[in-house]
Design a protein around this ligand. Structure first.
Ligand code: PMV
Length: 331
């Protein structure tokens, strides 16, 4: 086979990864927990070339008609990962490759586009180097891409990333299949523009926040509690922890040096509206990754009511409906 096609989802973190205790191996300070998203994914096609000099990346962005060749930073990251993968897989021989990648959603907007892309590429490179990895090792390889959270897109459904003691035990596993809980993630697009500071740059400065060590202390309890809430399917308990966690991570971001404000005025307006709806009996909770856009988490039974409400809000440009889904796979 000279060519394969891979599909990999983005994921939304319920408990987040922010800051790296090892900046070369992308080892996190804490465990994190996420859900794979059904409508936010990367489709990646990789073709093998015997001539190692042929190394090309074509990307078709969201709402674009054509693939564009990349020679910028995104291509450099792919090359760096190619060498990481070669080392990890203990391969001597070089191969050429041509990659076509398409994203079903806006990139660099807090919807984990690097997670879906690099998890797909981890599977792509393991195929290129003719190594069949189990999910654990694929998750480790994906983490080494630099997008640490991509390791959580590899397993199915709901993923738990163990921080581990060393590189070989820092990986994600599935703690429940997609069918386990009918949660819905309504991604509320408030701004389609790309963020100015990537999470890769942001992670590096996390420890400069005076709040960072308190966040780590509070996480020990929150991690235990969220697992409990999840396995009891106690949505109220779960949702409150989600919001607490979001505010905790963004407080660190805003107090690190230099400060990082991913939220905009629109983000705050929509947060207030979600809280207001909850008081009126419509139960949903917000969570936000490294971007301005909001993920509204609700139960399937309330999806339509939320859609009706959110469609009318002036801040919301678009809504992407997501359900829990499978991890990285060949298609
Ligand atoms: O994996 P990275 O380097 O793209 O960082 C992801 C960081 C957050 O999205 C903010 C949190 C997370 O755990 O997904």
């Amino acid at each position: 086979m000279k060519k394969v096609k891979i599909k990999s989802p983005a994921n939304i973190a319920f408990i987040k990864y922010w800051g790296q205790r090892d900046k070369k191996l992308f080892l996190p300070f804490n465990d994190s927990f996420s859900m794979n998203l059904s409508s936010c994914y990367t489709i990646l096609e990789i073709e093998k070339k015997e001539d190692p000099k042929i190394q090309k990346l074509y990307v078709k962005d969201y709402e674009k008609d054509n693939f564009e060749i990349k020679t910028d930073d995104s291509f450099k990251k792919v090359l760096t990962f190619y060498h990481q993968a070669k080392k990890f897989l203990k391969v001597k021989k070089d191969y050429g490759f041509v990659i076509y990648s398409y994203n079903s959603f806006p990139k660099k907007a807090g919807i984990a586009s690097s997670a879906s892309f690099f998890s797909a590429l981890a599977l792509g490179f393991s195929w290129l180097f003719e190594k069949k990895l189990d999910k654990k090792n694929l998750s480790i390889l994906s983490r080494l891409s630099g997008s640490g959270s991509s390791c959580r897109s590899i397993p199915d459904g709901f993923s738990w990333w163990y921080k581990g003691k060393k590189s070989s035990d820092s990986y994600a596993i599935s703690i429940a299949p997609p069918s386990y809980w009918d949660l819905v993630d309504l991604v509320l697009i408030l701004n389609k523009k790309e963020k100015k500071v990537s999470s890769l740059e942001g992670h590096i400065m996390a420890e400069t926040s005076g709040l960072f060590k308190y966040r780590l202390l509070s996480l020990e309890k929150r991690l235990k509690e969220i697992k409990k809430a999840f396995f009891k399917k106690d949505f109220t308990y779960f949702g409150n922890l989600l919001e607490e966690e979001t505010i905790s991570m963004h407080s660190v971001m805003m107090t690190q040096k230099p400060p990082l404000f991913y939220w905009s005025g629109k983000t705050v307006e929509v947060i207030k509206k979600i809280i207001e709806q909850r008081k009126k009996g419509l139960e949903g909770y917000f969570t936000i990754d490294a971007g301005e856009n909001i993920h509204l988490i609700c139960q399937k039974k309330d999806e339509e009511k939320f859609l009706n409400f959110l469609k009318k809000q002036k801040e919301v440009l678009q809504i992407i409906k997501n359900y829990p889904t499978y991890g990285t796979k060949f298609i």
